[in-house]
Design a protein around this ligand. Structure first.
Ligand code: GLC
Length: 504
């Protein structure tokens, strides 16, 4: 399989067509040509299933129904069909680690139905220590939640009880769901929190913090079983591992692995350090060393510098290095695209979108921010809503996102919208994606240098591409005889925070 370029759409914030202030299927449909024009092959849309929206759809009440706020099932079908017509493949986001507490499986379990109780993790008080009862979930609710004289386990929140994957009946239900949506027309799958699904009782009882549940020994085996239909139908599958994934290679190598790509977030902490010594070089090192280890051996450690779960990285890069917005965007897009991984472009990356300027906690809507025990300033700085703020498309009402009188989440982007929509970053990004399309599936990546200049080479039987990034705030000289195929500035030298790409 060739390495992919996937465009990530965060559905609530992408484009509102029906005027209710929330993004929808028709909104995405209206932008398919635009996404195609970037050079992407897949469009991943965030979960659209019926949901109480405690975690914006990552709490699924019914895996077969769509959330009516996004449109009807026919609207979704029309989106999938139109995507195919313009040459794009739609990617569905499966949230199978947990369900909503409003899912009928869980409500039946609460009524005492023994079959459905075994779909979840219920524990007796006598099994739990005081220490376990203190452990917090990712969104800062208790991880063990009391109902009558028992406790159920919710790694993310009280509203998202974890499913018990050791139960074969549950896995069969998930298999059916996969089949249903592949038959519906989806050609790609993104798996939410892939590597935390397999946890036995001992793990739950002995854990010190929530991520101790990651990397259970059956992760690969269970997914292979549940995804069999997708694999048989040549569906591209990417796994999200927001818990450390030691087995990235094993998960993604052809045949033995259960998925095609995996993205991990080891580099995400780069953005939160206040330490001035943290540089572009350290970001590069964090991502590219592991990438070369996994990808040069046949796996695919995919790259996602941004997503809906983190403030945008461009702000950190500008703060840490003093690079201009255009340079920062192009440096990041180069790292994100020119490599041997599948690349994920999060909505707005293509034109260097920065975080909006929230000024008050009251503007935030994300469960993580609402439950955050931090002070107002850091809650705002680290809020996932920074990346979720509705897309600014143009100068019209609500910056072209919606013509509603109020929108579900503010979009107070401060930077000059002219600049925001400037074609400079957009056109350069298209060029980068075009260069990526020439990188062969079997290409190997080799890091040549990581100091003032970051230099790496991508070689395959047919060609060799050398990328040179000037990681410092002054011009640098660099010479070779190869053909320049991309440059941020057509000078002989390499401008401060500039990029040149050569082909042999
Ligand atoms: C993943 C999603 C995130 C969600 C969490 C729980 O990390 O990307 O948005 O809150 O899983 O489903």
């Amino acid at each position: 399989m060739n390495k992919k370029v996937v465009y990530q759409v965060y559905l609530p914030s992408f484009k509102d067509e029906n005027g209710d202030g929330l993004g929808d299927f028709k909104g995405v449909e209206s932008k398919l040509e635009y996404i195609k024009s970037l050079g992407a092959e897949y469009v991943w849309i965030s979960p659209f299933f019926k949901s109480p929206m405690k975690d914006n759809g990552y709490d699924v009440e019914d895996f077969y129904e769509v959330n009516p706020s996004y449109g009807t099932k026919q609207d979704l079908k029309s989106l999938v069909d139109k995507a195919e017509k313009v040459g794009l493949k739609m990617m569905i986001d499966f949230v199978f680690n947990h369900s909503s507490d409003k899912h009928v499986w869980f409500t039946k379990a609460l009524e005492g139905d023994e079959k459905y109780k075994t779909y979840y993790h219920f524990l007796n008080k006598s099994e739990l220590t005081e220490k376990s009862l203190q452990i917090k979930s990712v969104f800062e609710t208790p991880i063990f939640n009391k109902v009558k004289d028992e406790y159920y386990f919710g790694a993310f929140s009280t509203y998202q009880p974890d499913l018990n994957w050791s139960n074969k009946d549950l896995r069969n239900e998930l298999k059916e769901i996969v089949k249903y949506w592949i038959d519906f027309g989806f050609k790609g799958i993104r798996l939410d929190v892939f590597n935390v699904i397999d946890k036995d009782k001992t793990k739950l009882l002995e854990m010190g913090n929530v991520w101790d549940i990651a990397e259970g020994k059956n992760v690969n085996k269970y997914w292979k079983e549940v995804l069999e239909y997708a694999t048989q139908n040549d569906v591209y599958i990417v796994a999200e591992a927001n818990a450390p994934a030691k087995n990235s290679l094993a998960y993604t190598i052809p045949v033995e692995g259960s998925v095609n790509s995996i993205f991990t977030f080891d580099h995400m902490d780069w953005r939160i350090y206040k330490d001035d010594k943290i540089t572009l070089n350290s970001l590069f090192e964090k991502i590219f060393i592991k990438m070369s280890e996994v990808n040069n051996n046949g796996g695919d450690l995919a790259i996602a510098l941004d997503n809906h779960d983190n403030p945008r990285i461009i702000n950190s890069l500008i703060d840490k290095t003093g690079a201009s917005r255009v340079s920062a965007a192009l440096l990041l897009n180069t790292l994100n695209i020119i490599n041997t991984s599948s690349s994920y472009i999060y909505q707005g990356n293509e034109f260097g979108l920065m975080n909006p300027n929230f000024t008050s906690r009251n503007q935030l809507r994300d469960i993580a921010s609402l439950n955050s025990s931090s002070d107002e300033k850091s809650t705002i700085v680290y809020s996932r809503d920074n990346a979720r703020s509705p897309m600014p498309w143009d100068h019209t009402k609500n910056k072209g996102f919606s013509n509603a009188n109020s929108i579900w989440l503010d979009n107070p982007y401060k930077e000059n919208l002219e600049e925001n929509l400037s074609k400079e970053i957009l056109q350069a990004t298209r060029k980068l994606i075009n260069i990526k399309s020439q990188i062969q599936a079997d290409a190997k990546i080799n890091i040549l240098q990581n100091n003032e200049l970051i230099i790496y080479e991508i070689t395959s039987k047919e060609n060799s591409i050398i990328t040179v990034i000037n990681a410092q705030n002054k011009e640098a000289t660099y010479n070779n005889n190869y053909k320049v195929i991309f440059e941020t500035n057509a000078t002989k030298n390499i401008e401060a925070f500039g990029v040149k790409i050569y082909s042999k």
